[in-house]
Design a protein around this ligand. Structure first.
Ligand code: FMN
Ligand code: SF4
Ligand code: FES
Length: 613
């Protein structure tokens, strides 16, 4: 790598790494405690700064040039081939020239029910093909942007001094026209921080996790405290780590990130590890198509996430917490960043917290567009500055996680539940819901539903009741199908509306609730198109590390296309048998959950809805 960086690139990198010779920045030094990774000492100590440095380059110039990447490599002592491997892993980074304004237009499943395909065609007609520069602008097709309740959605990725990424949803003709013309932006139709439509003042009763959403000022520490904020941390300090863990166990809280692992057990396992330091991570990567609940919480109640993460740290012996935030969430990044600063300034983060002698601080790390980085070990690799490829388990994160140290990791919604557990007490918390699925859950209603948004209901609520709460199928049409759990979940038909939305209810019905996706398809929906989009999603998002998933996701998509076009190899029945075989191999032999679930929705569409018969 011989090209030199420009002055702009040098400045962008130095902003993150400090000017050469100035030593490490304060934040860096903290992170280095006990940092065990690969490579030489200097390389491994600073490697975790690779992603922030690449973000800085991308945000200042609009792409990562050979000169810019080379400069980062020299500063961090990283072999250029490895840094290139990282930079090309993420969709928000480009290693080929890109203009400073790039519009990521969602063409994923919920947005397709709101006209995303036509929008893409219109962009192609008026601006030109996706992925090419057109007069200083470029548009790209994107997987779900986590804005499904305001579909169709787009994200403007903007580079240059003072530029900020912005969510545009619902994407209207006026946005498209403004982008094509290269002019300014009209205000997004839905307002990028609007509270979920479901939270009108008359329907707030029973809200626990969303209790403050729409009421509290997300930018005000004092308002958070006036709404009961930081009472849970005080309680946690009173109870001590063992007391907190006992409450979590009494509450029977299960993780909301998909795997339903008992939270109290996880915290206890981390707390007990003799190796130091410990870390705690908030998984805010939220990239499952159809999921947007964590974003709503982070945009509207950011201090709750930080308070809960602080409790997690104090209870598991971690002094450093990370929020790994989806790269496509600019508003959540701003609200959380502001909240971290305010909490620190008010003595609720940092040294000697609340004058109680505790030490805990939080750093926000942004992803850069890779679904797989939500998988916990891929997420650790991403923070550490490696490609976001999952690790083999065991060892499990509680034993060897981030930087090789004992690490707790929880989903945003799980963490916010902890505040409720401490507010009510574990046994009282467990009175709501079912015996095996306690508490409430957030569900993301999208697609052809009358009032899309985030809904909080008791675990065990019937799917029918949730659908009714959201006003039923849009326009009073008949229901064709519901996708539960997102692309990694499965379809159910109208005959399944009695399913109880609890872990055990879902298990009995042979479905998964995953991250709470409830995507509705009306009688006219094109489910073949939806299934093809899901297959394309997994083909794109497979990290490629293991053969069953890398090859299986491609073969699955090919077989589906052959079925749709009628150009089958053998009979359609043979293709369906091949699909079933691919599904089984991916399920049984993939390293991680992505490959293990990449055929679930496809298979459910075939078996439950007879989509290809
Ligand atoms: C492909 C894949 C993507 C995932 N994405 C997320 C995610 O975006 N957010 C999340 O909290 N968990 C995600 N998970 C689950 C995490 O690996 C992990 O189980 C979770 O963060 C644990 O938190 P919990 O115990 O609070 O559920 C994903 C798992 C897989 C296999
Ligand atoms: S299953 Fe897929 S995403 Fe997971 S490690 Fe293997 S190739 Fe990567
Ligand atoms: S934002 Fe388009 S499908 Fe989620």
């Amino acid at each position: 790598m011989t090209a030199s960086p420009t002055e702009e690139e040098r400045t962008a990198v130095d902003r993150i790494l400090g000017t050469p010779g100035s030593g490490w920045t304060g934040g860096e030094r903290d992170l280095l405690d006990g940092h065990v990774a690969r490579g030489g000492r200097q390389a491994r100590e600073r490697r975790h700064l690779l992603l922030p440095a690449l973000h800085s380059l991308q945000a200042s110039v609009g792409w990562i040039s050979e000169g810019g990447l080379g400069y980062v490599c020299r500063r961090l002592t990283i072999p250029p081939a490895e840094a290139y491997g990282v930079a090309t892993f993420y969709s928000m980074f480009s290693t080929t020239p890109r203009p400073k304004a790039v519009l990521h237009v969602c063409d994923d499943i919920a947005c397709r029910t709101a006209g995303a395909t036509d929008i893409g065609t219109e962009f192609e007609r008026s601006l030109g093909p996706a992925g090419e520069e057109h007069g200083g602008r470029m548009w790209l097709r994107s997987p779900c942007l986590g804005l499904c309740e305001r579909a169709p959605a787009a994200l403007l990725q903007a580079a240059g001094a003072g530029a900020r990424d912005a969510a545009l949803a619902p994407l209207g003709q006026e946005h498209a026209a403004a982008f094509v013309a290269g002019g300014g932006w009209p205000a997004p139709g839905g307002g990028s921080t609007s509270a979920p439509q479901t939270l009108d003042p008359d329907s707030r009763e029973g809200l626990r996790l969303l209790r403050r959403v729409g009421l509290v000022d997300p930018g005000s520490f004092d308002d958070y405290r006036a709404h009961g904020g930081y009472a849970a941390l005080r309680r946690a300090v009173e109870l001590g780590p063992e007391g907190v863990i006992r409450e979590l166990k009494d509450a029977k809280l299960l993780g909301r990130g998909g795997a339903a692992f008992p939270t109290g057990v996880k915290w206890e396992l981390v707390a007990k590890q003799p190796v130091r330091p410990h870390y705690f991570v908030c998984n805010a990567d939220e990239s499952e198509p159809g999921t947007f609940k964590d974003r709503v919480v982070m945009e509207h109640d950011p201090f709750a996430v930080i308070e809960a993460l602080t409790i997690a740290g104090v209870s598991t012996g971690a002094e450093k917490g990370f929020i790994y935030l989806r790269g496509e969430y600019p508003q959540a990044h701003a609200t959380l960043g502001n909240a971290v600063e305010l909490a620190r300034a008010r003595g609720f983060l940092g040294e000697d917290m609340m004058g109680e002698g505790f030490r805990f601080d939080v750093e926000i790390r942004r992803g850069a567009g890779a679904y797989i980085c939500g998988e916990e070990t891929a997420l650790f690799n991403s923070i550490e500055g490696y490609r976001g490829e999952p690790r083999n388990k065991p060892p499990f994160p509680v034993e060897r996680g981030l930087f090789g140290k004992p690490t707790g990791i929880d989903n945003v919604e799980t963490l916010v539940n902890v505040l409720e557990v401490l507010r009510l007490g574990g046994p009282a918390y467990a009175e709501v819901g079912t015996p095996d699925s306690t508490g409430t859950r957030l569900f993301c209603l999208s697609g052809e539903v009358e009032r899309p948004g985030v809904y909080e209901v008791e675990c065990g609520t019937a799917l029918r009741d949730l659908l009714e709460l959201a006003g039923g199928v849009r326009g009073g049409r008949a229901l064709k199908a519901i996708l539960l759990g997102g692309a990694a979940g499965g379809f159910v038909g109208p005959e399944h509306l009695d399913i109880a939305l609890s872990f055990e209810g879902a298990r009995e019905a042979g479905v998964t609730l995953g991250s709470g996706v409830v995507m509705v398809f009306g009688e006219d929906a094109d489910l073949v198109d939806t299934v093809l989009r899901i297959a394309a999603f997994f083909r794109d998002e497979s990290c490629g590390q293991c053969v069953p998933c890398r090859v299986g996701t491609v073969r699955q998509e090919e077989a589906l296309h052959r079925l749709v076009s009628g150009r089958t190899i053998g009979s359609p029945k043979d293709e369906l048998a091949l699909l079933a075989e691919i599904a089984q191999v991916m399920r049984d032999a993939s390293i991680c959950g992505l490959g293990q679930t990449a055929a679930s929705a496809v298979q459910s569409a075939i078996s439950r809805l007879e989509v290809f018969s």
